[in-house]
Ligand binder design. Structure first.
Ligand code: SAH
Length: 387
C-alpha cells in the first residue's frame, strides 16, 4: 500500500496525487476541505440566501463506483494504466487510489498484467496505432454487480476467449464484459459500437429504493451514499404533490424522475443520450412506474417546444458541468413553474444561470451543498427557486 488514510482527521496521503491531479485536497483535513467548499458556495450564493451546511461523507474514501484507466506504455515499454497527468497526455500509473472502489482498482491492475502477457499493444494516440485504449469499470453499490468495458481501437481481439477465461478466473465477480470500439482519433473515451462479451451488457443498482439499469455510455452518479442524500433533499425541496406535473431535465437514466414519480401526478424526463433514455424507459417499467415518460432530445430544444402550449408545476434540472443554455432558461421563464430545483456539479455555471432566473422573477429560497467528490475540488449544489 502506497496510500494512507488518517481515520481521525479523515485526511488522505496519496503517493500519486501530485502527478495525477485528481485529488486537489489530498493531505488536507477533511473538515477543512468541507469549510473551503462551504465558503466557495457562500461566495456564489450568499447574496441570495443563507447557505445550509455542506453535507460531507462520514468515511470519505473509496467512494467512486466508476473507474476509468487509460492504457499505455511507459518509457521502458511496460504496460501502464491510470489517469492522464494533469494538463498533459502522459499517463500516471495509479496502481492504488484512495477514492476509487478498491475492487475496481484491483481488477485494473490484473487487466494490465494480462494485456502484457497476451502481448496486446496499448493504443498510441500520436501514431493512431495499437489495440487497447481504455478500461472502464462500474460497480453497483447495492447489487455488487460489476461491468467491465474494454475500449479497443478496432473490432479485432486476438485470443479473446483465452483472455476472458484468464480474467474471469481471477475475477469471477465481474458480472458483465463489453468490448467498446472507438476507432476515432479523439479524446472521448467511448466509441459508438458495443459488443457484449459476457453477461447482460449492463449492470443494475438500487438507489433510493428503486432499481436502475445502467448501460456503458449512460451517466450514473459516482458516489452512491451521497447521491441518496442529494436526491432525498432535492425531492423534498420540490415539495411535489399528486396534482403536479414535474419535468426532470437532463435526466440520465431517469433516477430522479422515477424516485419523484411516486409523489407526482406525472413526470416528463428529457435527456440527450439515447442509450440513457432507453435505460430510463426500462427503469420505469422495472419499477412498475406508469406516470413517467422520457424524451430523447436536447433539453433546450425540448423546453422551447414545450413552452409553446404546456405547463409544469415543478422543474428539476441537473445539467452537466457547463450548465444550462439560454434557450432552456428562457423557456423556463415562459413556462413559469412554481418551483425550480437546480442541481449542479458546476456551481459557477449554476450561479450564471440563477442570476438570469432571479432577474426573471424567481427567488432563491434554499441552497444546500453536498460533498459528492471528497478530496477533489468539485462540489455539488442544490438550489430551490420559487416564483
Ligand atoms: N440527473 C441525472 C443525470 C445528471 S448528469 C442523474 O442524477 O443521474 C447530466 C445529464 O445531462 C447526462 O445524462 C447527460 O447525458 C445529459 N445532457 C448533457 N447535455 C444535454 C442536453 N443538451 N440536453 C439534455 N441532456 C443533456
Amino acid at each position: 500500500m502506497t496510500n494512507r488514510y488518517d481515520e481521525k482527521e479523515r485526511r488522505i496521503h496519496c503517493a500519486f496525487s501530485e502527478k495525477c491531479g485528481g485529488c486537489d485536497y489530498a493531505g488536507m483535513k477533511y473538515d477543512n476541505e468541507l469549510a473551503v467548499k462551504q465558503k466557495y458556495i457562500e461566495e456564489l450564493f450568499g447574496e441570495y440566501v443563507k447557505v445550509d451546511d455542506i453535507v460531507g461523507m462520514y468515511r470519505p474514501i473509496h467512494y467512486r463506483n466508476k473507474v476509468h484507466a487509460v492504457v499505455g506504455l511507459d518509457d521502458s515499454r511496460n504496460v501502464i494504466a491510470g489517469t492522464y497527468e494533469e494538463n498533459s497526455h502522459r499517463i500516471v500509473d495509479t496502481s492504488d487510489c484512495m477514492i476509487e472502489d478498491s475492487q475496481c482498482t484491483d481488477i485494473i491492475k490484473d487487466i494490465k498484467e494480462l494485456i502484457a502477457s497476451f502481448k496486446y499493444q496499448p493504443y498510441d494516440e500520436d501514431a493512431g496505432k495499437g489495440m487497447i485504449r481504455h478500461i472502464l469499470l462500474r460497480k453497483g453499490f447495492s447489487t455488487k454487480e460489476i461491468m467491465l468495458v474494454i475500449v479497443t481501437a478496432g473490432v479485432a481481439f486476438p485470443s479473446k476467449n483465452n483472455f476472458l477465461k484468464a480474467l474471469c478466473e481471477k475475477h469471477p465477480e465481474i458480472t458483465t464484459i463489453v468490448q467498446n470500439i472507438n476507432d476515432r482519433r479523439t479524446s472521448m473515451v467511448l466509441g459508438k459500437r458495443n459488443i457484449v462479451l459476457k453477461g447482460k451488457g449492463y449492470i443494475e443498482d438500487v438507489l433510493c429504493g428503486c432499481r436502475f439499469r445502467i448501460s456503458p455510455t449512460s451517466f450514473y452518479q459516482i458516489n452512491h451514499q451521497q447521491t441518496e442524500k442529494l436526491y432525498k433533499k432535492a425531492i423534498q425541496l420540490a415539495d411535489i404533490s399528486k396534482n403536479d406535473t414535474v419535468i426532470d431535465a437532463y435526466c440520465g437514466i431517469g433516477t430522479i424522475g422515477i424516485v419523484a414519480s411516486k409523489k407526482a401526478g406525472k413526470v416528463i424526463g428529457v435527456e440527450l443520450n439515447s442509450e440513457a433514455v432507453s435505460d430510463a424507459k426500462i427503469n420505469a417499467s422495472i419499477n412498475n412506474i406508469k406516470n413517467v415518460t422520457f424524451v430523447n432530445a436536447d433539453a433546450g430544444d425540448f423546453l422551447v417546444e414545450y413552452a409553446k402550449n404546456a405547463k409544469a408545476d415543478v422543474v428539476i434540472m441537473d445539467p452537466p458541468r457547463s450548465g444550462s443554455t439560454p434557450e432552456f432558461i428562457n423557456s423556463l421563464l415562459k413556462i413559469k413553474p412554481d418551483r425550480i430545483v437546480y442541481i449542479s456539479c458546476g456551481p459557477d455555471t449554476q450561479a450564471r444561470d440563477i442570476k438570469v432566473l432571479v432577474k426573471g422573477g424567481y427567488k432563491v429560497t434554499a441552497c444546500q451543498p453536498f460533498d459528492l467528490f471528497p478530496h477533489t475540488e468539485h462540489v455539488e449544489n442544490v438550489i430551490l427557486l420559487k416564483r
